[in-house]
Design a protein around this ligand. Structure first.
Ligand SMILES: NC(=O)c1ccc[n+]([C@@H]2O[C@H](COP(=O)([O-])OP(=O)(O)OC[C@H]3O[C@@H](n4cnc5c(N)ncnc54)[C@H](O)[C@@H]3O)[C@@H](O)[C@H]2O)c1
Length: 402
């Protein structure tokens, strides 16, 4: 997927940021699409709202269209542009590379980052599959370079609160975990596959369909909150078998999973149901999870992301019921860094929180990491691979350990 074009380094019409004095983390961003915008915003926000030893700076951005990348750089006050990611990765004024390109490029870019001794912030899924992911983990761990994978939902205050409540043991024995991620944007048979905006429908570029794109998020959150998944039994479907390919102009078989449902067993003995589809008419991004323990249950819904639903069986019977915790108070994870209690945060803040955790770990490299690194993301990749294998073979599949 690498661009063969000659790189054009040039100063965009934005002020040059002084960096590299040890007090900054100079980030080179590759890709200016959906995640490029989300991360550029997070780089600005994290620097403004969180204090760490190194302030993040958007030092350079790379995209293949010079016109578009300049426009992006001007909008986000980024002083430098590149049109070839290899040149960006080699720049001496970059400390960390932020990979916001489609999935088939993650491994090649990450390995180049290791060669050039750059820290890596990589979008999810880590790679096209576990084989690629394992090669990335080997390289990055051998290098000792700090690394993160952007499983951002972990960093929403209500989701982190759920993690903290489960970690405290309050739920008692956990019996059930269930998660959904539902969308409806690929129902039309006229929708082509491949190319800008539609690479998610092209298995060569995406690796898989909803499994790697959406369920990977649910799996990451589940593993973080409830521990490792040991086995899965899955079913997938591709409802539309052929679509016109934007790059060839021909009708080609669709190789991604349009929908996936799987059962799972966790190491702690609990069982799970996961479902994702892009064919749930009426749903745009309905990510929900629920955890049922012996004493308490928790539930969360992305459409109401500041709230955590909480049921406590210890409350006297006549007062017992689901309560809704609005996670915007100073006591709630991350919330105190922003506004005053009662005022909401949004999707975008999850990325600022993830970056904050990464910066914090640069200050305290020996402290336990509070973000997913390449090895964590490989564990999630192995679950995705096992899900796809189970769907292919019709058998229950044991999940490989990362
Ligand atoms: N964490 C999340 O919630 C989340 C959400 C969406 C996407 N993602 C992940 O982020 C990545 C990007 O997804 P997106 O939705 O931003 O896609 P997108 O299509 O909106 O953007 C991709 C960008 O990569 C650029 N690109 C492609 N090849 C390139 C190359 N060779 N050199 C330089 N730039 C190149 C494209 O021009 C585009 O700007 C994917 O891995 C995806 O799975 C994560």
């Amino acid at each position: 997927m690498a661009s063969k074009k000659t790189s054009k380094s040039a100063a965009a019409p934005a002020p040059r940021v002084t960096a590299g004095d040890g007090g900054t983390l100079r980030i080179g961003l590759i890709g200016y699409g959906f995640m490029g915008r989300a991360h550029a915003n997070a780089i600005h926000q994290a620097g403004h709202f969180f204090r760490t030893g190194r302030r993040p700076v958007l030092q350079a951005v790379c995209g293949r269209s010079e016109e578009k990348v300049r426009e992006f750089a001007a909008a986000w006050q980024c002083p430098n542009v590149e049109t070839d990611w290899r040149t960006l990765v080699a720049r001496p004024d970059i400390d960390a590379v932020d990979i916001c390109t489609p999935n088939d490029s993650h491994m090649e870019i990450a390995l180049a980052c290791v060669k050039h001794r750059k820290m890596i912030l990589c979008e999810k899924p880590l790679a096209l599959d576990g084989t690629q992911g394992a090669a990335m983990v080997r390289a990055v761990e051998k290098s000792g370079l700090p690394n993160l994978v952007w499983y951002n939902y972990r960093f929403l205050p209500a989701v982190t609160l759920a993690k903290n409540i489960v970690a405290s043991g309050e739920l008692g024995k956990i019996f059930h975990y269930r998660a959904n991620f539902l969308q409806d944007w690929t129902i039309s048979a006229d929708l082509p596959q491949g190319g800008a905006g539609l690479w998610r429908l092209d298995a060569k570029v995406a690796g898989s369909g909803v499994t790697g794109d959406l369920l990977a998020h649910c799996i990451d959150t589940a593993r973080w909150i409830n521990g490792d998944i040991v086995s899965v039994s899955a079913m997938t479907e591709t409802f539309i078998k052929e679509r016109m390919h934007n790059l060839t102009g021909k009708k080609q078989p669709v190789k991604i999973d349009d929908a996936c449902a799987f059962l799972a067993r966790f190491e702690n003995g609990s069982m799970a149901v996961f479902e994702s589809t892009r064919y749930a008419r009426g749903h745009k991004a309905l990510y929900t999870f629920e955890i049922n323990g012996e004493h308490k249950s928790l539930a969360w819904d992305l459409h109401d992301l500041n709230r955590l639903s909480y049921f406590d069986h210890g409350v006297p019977g006549d007062r017992r019921g689901w309560s809704s915790i609005h996670c915007t108070d100073g006591d709630h994870p991350y919330a105190g860094r922003w506004w005053v209690p009662g005022l909401c945060l949004g999707y975008e803040h999850s990325f600022a929180h993830g970056l904050y955790e990464f910066l914090r770990s640069l200050d305290q490299p020996k402290a336990e990491k509070r973000f997913p690194d390449f090895r964590h993301a490989l564990g999630t990749q192995h679950v995705c691979d096992a899900v796809l294998e189970s769907a292919r073979t019709g058998k229950t599949v044991k999940v490989k350990r990362a």
